[in-house]
Ligand binder design. Structure first.
Ligand SMILES: CC(C)(COP(=O)(O)OP(=O)(O)OC[C@H]1O[C@@H](n2cnc3c(N)ncnc32)[C@H](O)[C@@H]1O)[C@@H](O)C(=O)NCCC(=O)NCCS
Ligand SMILES: Nc1ncnc2c1ncn2[C@@H]1O[C@H](COP(=O)(O)OP(=O)(O)OP(=O)(O)O)[C@@H](O)[C@H]1O
Length: 275
């Protein structure tokens, strides 16, 4: 125990210092294979909530963060995963919406379900009540895996971060991928081959992007050329990398460990009777 108490903070301190000076320790020492040590330090990570509007460019931005080596979680990917046949959400969707939302192979027909829920708020809330708890569980599992692998922060792409609000309190940083309304509409119509009315219904199912931009700590404006957006992403990445916001909690944990070590020392050397 004493060995662990004295060695673990030292390892963490070296790792933390190396990272502060930009030395990629993880690549050399494969820290991801050290869950027993890293999992001893719960406060060592912060979360970045990335959001935006439908087709505002979240996935494009998250891909750049991924290429830069960040830990990222795309909630749309999780949302597709948890509604596969055999999962509880799949069964509950069929119970609630009927077999007309199924393709021949049993998969959810996303076009049909989308047309239903984006035009009817009640049905959208029903679908959200089925899928969101399952999505949340998966998201927590994925985050925990990154935590065990020793990442300092995780970027979560959560389309409805500001609408549901539940997860906001866990986010140290919030990022909105913004683009002006006409651009958003045009990109959505083109990507999903939608007519104007259907595209507008999808946009209206979310809070206005301008309001989200006002609520966010960082705004990436994706209204123009992709190269301009990419430069903003690279700058934000540098800011997150420099951030020491994981440190206060980490120092708190280290102080606690040092306190326990001192207590053990006092107990064994002064308070217990010598043999
Ligand atoms: C309605 C569904 C079947 C449409 O599928 P489709 O493949 O056409 O779209 P996809 O899943 O790629 O989502 C695209 C975008 O639509 C928007 N969106 C999706 N679901 C919702 C919703 N319930 N409310 C508002 N906007 C939504 C988000 O901006 C998302 O990024 C699907 O989005 C779904 O199952 N939604 C419920 C789960 C959910 O809330 N997902 C959002 C992440 S929390
Ligand atoms: N700066 C840009 N210039 C031109 N096209 C872009 C730009 N950024 C994104 N796009 C295109 O706009 C569409 C929407 O982008 P993307 O899929 O990244 O948005 P999203 O916010 O993840 O969408 P969703 O909400 O549906 O998940 C895509 O077809 C993408 O290629």
């Amino acid at each position: 125990m004493m060995v662990l108490v004295s060695v673990a903070p030292a390892i963490l301190a070296i790792r933390s210092l190396s990272r502060s000076f930009g030395v990629p320790v993880r690549d050399h020492l494969n820290w991801g294979a050290w869950p027993p040590v890293t999992s001893l330090f719960p406060g060592k990570m912060f979360l970045v909530g990335l959001t935006g509007g439908i087709a505002s460019g979240k996935s494009s931005v998250i891909q750049v963060f991924q290429q830069l080596g960040c830990a990222v979680i795309d909630v749309d990917v999780i949302a597709r995963h948890v509604v596969q046949p055999g999962y509880p959400a799949h069964r509950r969707i069929v119970e609630a919406f009927g077999t007309e939302v199924l393709l021949e192979n049993g998969d959810i027909d996303r076009k049909v379900l989308g047309d239903l829920i984006f035009n009817q708020p009640d049905r959208r809330h029903l679908l959200n009540s089925i899928t969101h708890p399952e999505i949340c569980k998966e998201m927590m599992k994925e985050t925990f895996k990154f935590f065990l692998r020793g990442y300092r922060y995780v970027i979560l792409d959560i389309p409805l971060l500001f609408e549901t609000k539940k997860l906001l309190k866990y986010m140290k940083h919030t990022v909105v991928v913004y683009c002006d309304r006409d651009t958003q509409l045009a990109r959505l119509m083109q990507r999903n081959s939608l007519n104007r009315d259907d595209a507008e219904a999808r946009i209206k199912a979310q809070l206005p992007l301008k309001d989200k931009a006002r609520m966010a700590r960082h705004v990436l404006d994706n209204s123009g050329e992709w190269s301009v957006t990419k430069r903003q992403v690279v700058l934000l990445h540098a800011e997150l990398e420099r951030s020491l916001e994981y440190l206060p909690l980490r120092l708190g944990v280290l102080t606690g460990l040092a306190g326990i070590a001192s207590l053990l020392y006092l107990l064994t050397h002064y308070l217990l009777p010598s043999p």
